[in-house]
Write a protein that binds this ligand. Structure first.
Ligand code: PLP
Length: 397
């Protein structure tokens, strides 16, 4: 009888929601490099989609995980026991956030952070309307899907959350739709899956002001923009505003699954009354994930990775020039290379993979190639990656 290889088993038993998975069979990941089962090496230009900000398997993260493994794994549902890794990580995060963001609810994922934050906003304001933006992505669960900014993905799963309004991102005129009926406005600080769309500082400030005026909570999704990606620790620092609730995920766990929503304790405490246990999670803030996340956060600071971002961004920009490239949008070590069509982009991405560069496209911007590498990527690696991309573009022109 024919026994299936890993690839066949993958297609047989791993539920597929993509019609074209990359299906790379990686045996080892280290720093910026992925090695497949045939020992072929790939430079990782996407870091598991903005997760591996300090690189894969940083020795300090591995050491912190091992240390916690020797103490305890899961011991009780979230929030019942005093778990040192949770307490210490929450303290560390809040020390690096504005004063009003001082109470951390750890979740399992970014989507769960979105869910928790929307519940908190409804609970605190007693209102129901939620405002989100076109081309936004906040997760795939039904609440998060309700605020996702694309009808194609929402439509098949209706009915979703009622009383959700989608507005044009970075538009001043739409702000009048935020009223005293609005519980919260949820926005990505910089729109990621739209292909790196950076709002103006004036707009962000006007959005903040409008929310304050009408008593709506401003939720900023920092799941991709957080942890140094944009050159600052948090994306909202560029806009000189502070959200009422911030969402974290992706790089938060240093490679382990984790999310968080963070707000002022005065708001957060309301999740403990009417009803009691306003949000429950078994594994949220898992001690091993917290230990890994804390180690990763410390590495980001100790290795001063954020100081190098602008230089590395400029290096990428200076090397990515070709008539086939319509535009390169960037914000920190985060770039979207726009081509005329998805077909061109797909060919380039496939050729990149053949040539040992892992990249992909953006959910709402399929004609844009994503560059969101570990922040530790070296100048040498950037030069080599850009040379390969240029060679691919020349070959196919
Ligand atoms: N928000 C943003 C901006 C994201 O990019 C993502 C994931 O891609 C999420 C939320 C959802 O996070 P998760 O996949 O951990 O549920």
């Amino acid at each position: 009888m024919h026994s299936m290889n890993q690839r066949e088993l993958f297609y047989q038993h791993i539920a597929q929601t993509s019609t074209a998975p990359m299906a790379l069979e990686i045996e080892k990941a280290s720093g910026c490099v992925l090695t497949d089962k045939n020992k072929k090496k790939y430079l990782d230009l996407i870091g598991g989609i903005s997760v591996a900000n300090i690189g894969h398997r940083h020795p300090k993260v591995i050491a912190a995980i091992k240390k916690q493994l020797n103490a305890y794994l899961h011991i009780m549902v979230y929030g019942e026991f005093i778990e040192t890794p949770q307490v210490q990580f929450a303290q560390l995060l809040t020390q690096h956030l504005p004063q009003t963001l001082n109470s951390v609810y750890f979740t399992n994922s970014g989507a769960e952070a979105t869910e928790g934050a929307m519940k908190l906003a409804k609970r605190v304001t007693g209102r129901t309307e939620i405002i989100a933006f076109n081309k936004s992505y906040h997760g795939s669960t039904q609440g998060a899907l309700s605020v996702m900014g694309d009808e194609y993905w929402r439509n098949a799963f209706r009915p979703l959350l009622p009383d959700v309004l989608h507005l044009e991102y970075n538009s001043f005129t739409v702000l009048e739709n935020i009223t005293e009926r609005t519980a919260c406005v949820i926005a990505e600080t910089v729109q990621a899956e739209a292909g790196i769309i950076v709002p103006s500082k004036e707009w962000m400030m006007a959005l903040r002001k409008k929310c304050t005026q009408v008593g709506a909570l401003l939720i900023l999704d920092e799941i991709q923009t957080g942890f140094g990606r944009t050159g600052k620790l948090w994306g909202f620092e560029h806009f000189e505003i502070v959200p009422d609730i911030v969402l974290l995920g992706k790089a938060l766990g240093g490679g382990l699954p984790m999310g968080a929503f963070i707000a002022d304790k005065k708001l957060m405490d309301q999740l403990a009354e009417n009803p009691l246990l306003g949000h429950i999670t078994t594994f949220g803030g898992h001690p091993v994930c917290c230990a890994a996340g804390m180690a990763a956060f410390n590495v980001l600071q100790e290795e001063k990775l954020m100081e190098e971002i602008t230089k590395k961004e400029k290096l990428f920009l200076s090397l990515l020039n070709h008539p086939k490239i319509k535009v390169v949008r960037s914000f920190g070590l985060w770039l979207a290379i726009e081509f005329e069509s998805f077909e061109i982009n797909k060919k380039v991405i496939d050729a990149c993979i053949e040539n040992g560069l892992v990249t992909d496209w953006f959910l709402f911007s399929s004609n844009c190639l994503r560059i969101s590498p570990p922040l530790i990527i070296s100048e040498k690696e950037i030069i080599s990656a850009c040379k390969k991309i240029m060679k691919i573009l020349k070959r196919r022109s």
